[in-house]
Design a protein around this ligand. Structure first.
Ligand code: SDX
Length: 431
């Protein structure tokens, strides 16, 4: 790759200087503008960070034009076909695929950290019964810092590792506690004889009065969805975790900020919104009306589960989940799923529409995932929580990468000020 420096002249002095150009291992080159304020007295203006690489990272790579997604170099479709969520978690956090022994030890540690303090359970039960589970999860995760203050030294590698195991292990338990609270059912304790996703399903659906068998098809489907949601480089919630974490705040506070950012309908909240939208559309005959609404900027309606900041081609995860829908629905005996049929038809019509074609708007990860969650009988308000459980792995990997970098500084963007210039205070009686 050609790393020719980029020439820039200072308009005030005419002095020319060279901006360094940096190249990653793959992907486009990046202009290093960090010296601009000092050398030229200017800042760059990039609202919503459309043109800004906010950090250097070795975790995940996306080629949005080619529809490629790599975790630590491994294509996500290969991981989806052959790996497991626990193995992917290890890969993202530690950087390499584990040996059999390493994986066993890692699984064992995650399994042994699944219980939560009984006070956290009482805290969960204090919420109103119809509180949205994302509100409960973000609050309970933030409150974990009140329980583990003796192991939150962000400069201690062992403390960081204990945090990373605790948060990944306990998130399903916290989610299940929120679910049981909403239902008014007793909390079901984690079972160490079950794998990560099977244990989560058991905590969600078992009741104390009768035996419950986890359906292996459901556990496998969830594991696959979790692999696909585990990381996506500097998306809004991960960037939130990094920015919050850069202040030196404790990691539970940073992850809680990430959960809150994920909740928005433009981000992880879209999986819940897609199913609401499909139900509202109701039948294929209404699709053109809703597409017209999505094209009308004054309507504030967007086709949920469509479009992406980085993908200008198929989101590879959406393709995999669409195929998964066919297989999982067949295995669960739910081939006649009207919402899936409607989603397929919507995709087909939108991808022939000039508006979506010219803007390169394709289905994203959130478009089909809700179909699977609903087939697994996971309540709709829990869909974004499912995303949060899987993405916690990515958040942790990015937080660890940032915190262990000796050059880490607090994140602090600047602004283009357009408010009033200096003016003098006028006493209230004279206004
Ligand atoms: C996730 O970033 C990540 O990596 C996120 C994620 C992850 O794994 O972390 O992939 C997960 O958040 C997926 C996205 C889920 N959100 C949705 O499905 C909500 C619907 N989509 C959009 O709101 C939108 O596409 C975004 C938020 C996903 C992307 O927003 P951008 O990059 O700011 O795109 P844009 O708004 O600039 O869109 C460009 C054009 C605009 O039209 P014009 O002004 O050029 O005429 O496309 C239009 C937009 O209005 N557009 C849509 C649309 N998405 C974009 N029009 C109708 N329906 C849509 N869904």
């Amino acid at each position: 790759m050609d790393n020719k420096p980029f020439e820039l002249a200072n308009p005030a002095t005419g002095v020319k200087s060279l901006l360094p150009v940096r190249a990653g291992t793959i992907g486009p080159q990046v202009l290093d503008i960090s010296g601009l304020p000092k050398d030229h007295g200017v800042f760059t203006f990039d609202p919503a960070f459309g043109a800004t690489a906010s950090c250097e990272s070795k975790i995940t790579y996306i080629d949005g034009d080619a529809g490629v997604l790599l975790y630590r170099g491994y294509p996500v479709d290969q991981l989806a076909a052959h790996s497991s969520f626990m193995e992917v978690a290890y890969l993202l956090i530690y950087g390499n695929l584990p040996s059999a022994k390493e994986l066993d030890t890692y699984r064992g540690s995650i399994t042994r950290h699944t219980m939560i303090n009984e006070s956290l359970l009482r805290f969960t039960n204090g919420f109103h019964h119809n509180a949205h589970p994302m509100a409960m999860v973000s609050a309970v995760v933030a409150s974990m810092s009140a329980f583990y203050y003796d192991s939150m030294d962000i400069h201690d590698p062992r403390h960081r590792e204990i945090f990373s195991h605790r948060i990944i292990a306990k998130l399903p338990t916290i989610a299940a506690a929120a679910h049981k609270h909403a239902l008014g059912q007793p909390f079901i304790y984690p079972r160490n004889d079950l794998a990560y996703c099977a244990n989560m399903l058991n905590m969600f659906f078992a009741v104390p009065c009768e035996p419950y068998e986890v359906d292996p098809v459901a556990a496998q489907a969830l594991d696959l969805l979790f692999i696909l949601h585990a990381d996506h480089e500097q998306n809004a919630s991960t960037s939130t975790v990094r920015l919050a974490g850069s202040t030196g705040t404790n990691p539970y506070a940073a992850i809680s900020a990430g959960v809150s950012a994920l909740w928005g309908p433009a981000h992880g909240g879209a999986n819940e919104a897609v199913l609401d939208m499909l139900e509202e559309i109701g039948s294929a005959a209404n699709i053109p009306k809703f597409l017209d609404m999505a094209k009308d900027k004054s309507s504030h309606f967007k086709l949920m589960g469509f479009g992406h900041r980085v993908y200008k081609n198929f989101d590879p995860r959406a393709k995999i989940i669409r195929e998964m829908c066919h297989k999982v629905l067949a295995k669960l005996g739910q081939t006649d799923n009207p919402l899936f049929e409607l989603a397929l038809r919507l995709e087909e019509i939108a991808l022939k529409d000039e508006y979506f074609v010219s803007r390169k708007l394709y289905p994203n990860v959130d478009f089909y995932s809700g179909i699977i969650y609903s087939a697994l009988k996971i309540p709709r308000s829990m869909y974004t929580v499912m995303f949060a459980i899987a993405r916690t792995v990515g958040w942790v990997a990015h937080w660890l990468e940032m915190i262990s970098d000796p050059a880490m500084r607090i994140g602090r963007p600047r602004q283009l000020y357009t408010g009033p210039t200096q003016r003098d205070y006028v006493a209230v009686a004279k206004r």
